[in-house]
Design a protein around this ligand. Structure first.
Ligand code: GLP
Length: 286
């Protein structure tokens, strides 16, 4: 694992977007694993900006999202399909047929989960998986005690996750109690993982995920066993790490980071969102 600490949330998200862009330019058929949540909005805004200003091409790329709520249709404002369409898919030249999320509306949920795993395998596996982290250390919706060998399946959402995400719903009780999520094992099979965490409220769980003991009570600790995982943080999210001087030293001396050490173009824009961008092709459905 590597830990990269950037001065602010914008610079951290910008670094994630630039790593994704480089992988996409190297391999236009990249299979990207995607995540949702507030933290990811700045990454998608930068990718949209790179598409518009630099011609970043998504036409051959395929995507698999980590998770989806059960019982929310794709056009429900709180569904992750809606989130992805809104923040990324409808703003770049990706073929929607190449974008995949589990379907939380199907009658046969186990069949849908097995089908999702099959689709990922048929796609050749995930090259680069983007991850956020929940307050309880979940990846996707892998709640505490998720087995490290787990595959895509249905999970009951924990009280901590409900407290974190319910405010995003018009009424807290409208938040579903369950979701389909890639398993920890599915995530560990991805060739490269990049976790982005920003803000002080993530500092405690990030420190436990990076420097704490590996435990299925905190799914993100499984990433300590991944062969190619990078945690990209802002100063606040990294503020409880004990070894941050060492992580900075590695970043400054690792040749692979050379093209990424230059400062982000707009270093002080914290809370950068897609809505801040000039709208070229407004999405009429939202
Ligand atoms: C949800 C998603 C997770 C994500 C988390 C973080 O729970 N299922 O994949 O990591 O949100 O959200 P935020 O970025 O809003 O803190």
């Amino acid at each position: 694992m590597e830990v990269v600490i950037r001065p602010n949330a914008y610079a951290a998200a910008d670094l994630v977007a630039r790593v994704i862009a480089r992988e996409l330019r190297t391999n236009p058929r990249l299979v990207l694993g995607l995540a949702t949540g507030n933290t990811m909005e700045a990454v998608y805004a930068r990718l949209v900006q790179m598409h518009r200003e630099e011609g970043l091409d998504f036409s051959k790329c395929r995507t698999f999202n980590l998770d989806e709520y059960i019982g929310l249709s794709s056009n429900h404002a709180n569904s992750y399909r809606h989130y992805m369409n809104h923040h990324l898919f409808l703003q770049v030249n990706i073929d929607l047929q190449n974008t995949h999320l589990p379907d939380g509306m199907v009658a046969d949920l186990p069949a849908e989960c097995a089908n999702y795993e099959r689709l990922i395998a048929e796609g050749g596996g995930i090259d680069l998986q983007l991850l956020g982290i929940g307050q309880n250390g979940h990846l996707g919706f892998n709640e505490p005690l998720s087995a490290f060998r787990s595959r895509t399946r249905v999970k009951v959402l924990s009280p901590v996750t409900r407290a974190q995400n319910a405010p995003l719903f018009p009424r807290p009780d409208l938040m579903p109690h369950r979701a389909i999520t890639m398993g920890v094992g599915t995530i560990l099979d991805c060739r490269r993982c990049i976790l982005l965490a920003t803000g002080e409220e993530k500092a405690g769980i990030v420190a436990r995920a990076v420097e704490g003991p590996v435990t299925s009570m905190i799914s993100a600790t499984a990433l300590q066993m991944h062969a190619d995982c990078t945690m990209i943080l802002d100063e606040m999210a990294g503020s409880q790490l004990k070894e941050s001087a060492y992580y900075h030293w590695v970043f400054e001396n690792q040749p692979e980071w050379e093209p990424f050490r230059t400062p982000a173009p707009s270093p002080e824009i914290n809370g950068f969102k897609a809505k801040d961008l000039p709208v070229e092709n407004p999405v009429s459905t939202f």
